[in-house]
Ligand binder design. Structure first.
Ligand code: PMP
Ligand code: GLN
Length: 378
């Protein structure tokens, strides 16, 4: 049959994690922690499952969890979302992003995507007949050129997708960037889809610049978050999307038929946990410590890097080591050095190769130490 996505293969994360397993490599490729979540959270999950919370949740998610999350957003970004009709609990941020794109993107709509970009945006746009308009950010700063954005906006521009803290580059958007976005979208119908899954993983005392902090932007934005990143439970596949009610209404029209509702007992557990614990507030320190530890171990290696400002990823250039294409070099490192990473070109426009690899540092110190020994031997 004719493929709707003829140019698409298997995701890089599947490929690299599978190879890491096959070659018994240390896996710093796909982003996930190799340590356990808080025991208290696991106990609450068990309690939810043994106290009869095992049937369908309401379509939008557990009401008490929606209330807790809206209060959390109010406190963090001073933005008001109504738990009744402005939030939906989703199967990770992935489903939130897919649902947001599918609810709004029609044939020939243009969607501005900044490259390198996380890999799930463009396939969703293309599946609905939209056209990704790609803007490359340049290594190593990966700053958005807002002049270029202004030039690329047309009457067909339906949506702009941003991601801060940014995967894979580890850069963050500053207040000034959000103000530029606000200016460009003023008096237009352009929607903003803001992927903020790493909102709590941000370093060097920087504040996360959520679009929710900017009232004009907030009105035209859907924002996605992920419990996986914040509570070390990527395998639970739970997240949420917030948006003003007219946008959320369209979002839920799709959500009700592509999943209806998501994992009920885990929503109970997360709500109770959030009410009792606020240890996610320590995440900047927790992950900054891991970043600094990892970078201190590899500072004399032949890789060069600018410290990541957010996310649990560090990119590093290997241009002093070899001219090889990054995809080939990443495969060679798995096979010959038992170290798995992600080649950054897979996220770039036209697979542009900047000779950069992405390393995930959401790992135990012993894992980072073993990985660093390999990195130092390259
Ligand atoms: N957006 C970005 C930028 C991500 O890095 C990820 C996780 N890899 C997601 C979305 C998806 O999040 P989830 O695992 O909650 O679906
Ligand atoms: N977000 C994770 C990463 O960037 C991967 C999630 C996935 O495997 N799709 O590594």
């Amino acid at each position: 049959p004719a493929s709707k996505l003829p140019n698409l293969g298997t995701t890089i994360f599947t490929k690299m994690s599978k190879m890491a397993q096959d070659y018994n490599a240390i896996n710093l490729s796909q982003g996930f922690p190799d340590f356990s979540p808080d025991n208290h959270l696991l106990e609450l999950a068990y309690k939810a499952m043994t106290s009869n919370k095992n049937q369908y949740a309401p379509l939008a998610g557990l009401p008490s969890l929606r209330e807790t999350l809206c209060a959390k957003l109010k406190k963090a970004y001073n933005s008001s979302y109504n738990p009744e009709n402005e939030i939906t609990i989703t199967a990770g941020a992935t489903q939130a992003l897919f649902t947001a794109i599918s609810a709004f993107i029609k044939k020939d709509d243009e969607v501005i995507v900044f490259k390198p970009a996380y890999d799930c945006y463009e396939p969703a746009i293309e599946l609905y007949g939209g056209k990704p308009v790609l803007i490359q950010m340049k290594a190593p700063e990966y700053k958005i050129d807002w002049k270029e954005v202004t030039e690329k906006v047309t009457e067909k521009t339906k949506m702009i997708i941003i991601n801060t803290p940014h995967n894979p580059s580890g850069t963050i958007l500053k207040k000034d960037d959000l103000q530029q976005l606000e200016k460009i979208t003023r008096n237009t119908n352009i929607l903003v889809l803001s992927d903020e899954v790493y909102e709590h993983i941000i370093f060097d005392n920087e504040a996360h610049q959520s679009v929710a902090r900017f009232p004009e932007l907030q009105k035209r934005s859907l924002i996605t978050y992920s419990f996986g990143k914040t509570f070390h439970v990527t395998g639970w596949k739970l997240g949420y999307c917030v948006a003003p009610k007219e946008l959320m209404k369209e979002f839920q029209k799709v959500h009700q038929y592509n999943v209806f509702c998501v994992n009920h007992p885990m929503q109970f557990a997360l709500n109770e946990y959030l009410q009792k614990e606020n240890n996610y507030l320590n995440l900047p320190e927790f992950y900054q410590h891991k970043r600094d530890y990892f970078l201190s171990l590899i500072k004399d290696s032949r890789f060069s890097f600018t410290p990541s400002k957010g996310t649990y990823f560090q990119t590093a250039s290997y241009k002093n080591i070899t001219d090889k294409q990054d995809t080939d070099f990443a495969i060679e490192l798995i096979k010959e050095k038992q170290l798995a990473t992600i080649p950054v070109s897979v996220f770039n426009k036209n697979q542009q190769d900047d000779k950069m690899l992405r390393f995930c540092f959401a790992k135990k110190e012993e894992t980072l130490k073993k990985a660093a020994e390999i990195i130092n031997s390259i």
